[in-house]
Design a protein around this ligand. Structure first.
Ligand code: 13P
Length: 247
């Protein structure tokens, strides 16, 4: 992390986990553990937990995010949640284009782009996910894939604003296989060059994919890595706090 240049952020992505009582208990346990963290601390929780977590996090340094938002303002989109519904609740962040949404819910670079614009128009801070699959990496396509995701994902967006990018190699998510710190650093350096070319501004870029209490320090020591997007380890307050407290 280079905190002189860019904001450091550690964001938890709880994915589809935790009932409301469990969510409240997790945040209550986390609050004292991260209160002195020298980075932004965010938890991105299921829609059903947002109100509970916003209430539990009140008065603390923990910020709250959703894991998706729809690209239209309102209308006949059964099962969807709009950006302004999130803002009205007090939600600050939203994950956009997570690889699980791309893989299981038909998310494309085009829908990522539309959601991103809707999030920005409503003042949400988007965490935009990009990353290659194992096949793509092994076929030498990593840079092509990332470039395409960034060009299409950021198309028509004016200025970096509050956008955070998360580099999550799909093969490292939930597998226990982490990119080496050097590999993650190099790839994030590449993403930064492309994103800067596109929007003429710098971004905080997070690494995600099996980051945990044991490997976070090495990953976060890299100059290009501005923080983490943490899945499994964000469900364990102690482990998540160790990551948040890495300097
Ligand atoms: P894991 O940390 O469980 O690998 O998940 C990473 C992720 O997908 C965060 O969005």
């Amino acid at each position: 992390m280079n905190k002189n240049l860019r904001a450091a952020v550690i964001a938890g992505n709880w994915k589809m986990n935790k009932t409301r009582p469990e969510a409240k208990a997790l945040v209550e346990e986390l609050k004292p553990l991260v209160k002195d963290a020298d980075c932004g601390v965010v938890v991105c929780v299921p829609f059903t937990n947002l109100e509970t977590v916003l209430e539990a996090a009140k008065g603390s340094n923990i910020k709250v995010g959703a894991q998706n938002c729809h690209f239209e303002k309102s209308g006949a989109f059964t099962g969807e949640v709009s950006a302004d519904m999130l803002v009205e609740m007090g939600v600050e962040y939203v994950v956009i284009g997570h690889s699980e949404r791309r893989a299981y819910f038909g998310e494309t670079d085009e829908t990522v782009n539309k959601r991103l614009k809707q999030a920005l128009a409503n003042g949400l801070k988007p965490i935009v996910c990009v990353g290659e699959t194992l096949d793509e990496r092994e076929s030498g396509l990593t840079e092509d894939v990332l470039k395409r995701q960034l060009i299409k994902g950021l198309d028509g967006v004016k200025g970096a604003g509050d956008i955070i990018i998360a580099y999550e190699p799909v093969w490292a998510i939930g597998t226990g296989k982490t990119a080496t710190p050097q590999m993650a650093n190099e790839t994030i350096g590449y993403i930064r060059r492309i994103a800067k070319d596109l929007l003429s501004e710098d971004f905080s870029i997070l690494y995600g994919g099996s980051m945990n209490a044991a490997n976070a320090k090495d990953l976060l020591a890299q100059s290009e890595i501005d923080g983490g997007l943490i899945g499994g380890a964000s469900l364990k307050p102690n482990d998540f706090s160790i990551i948040c407290n890495c300097d």
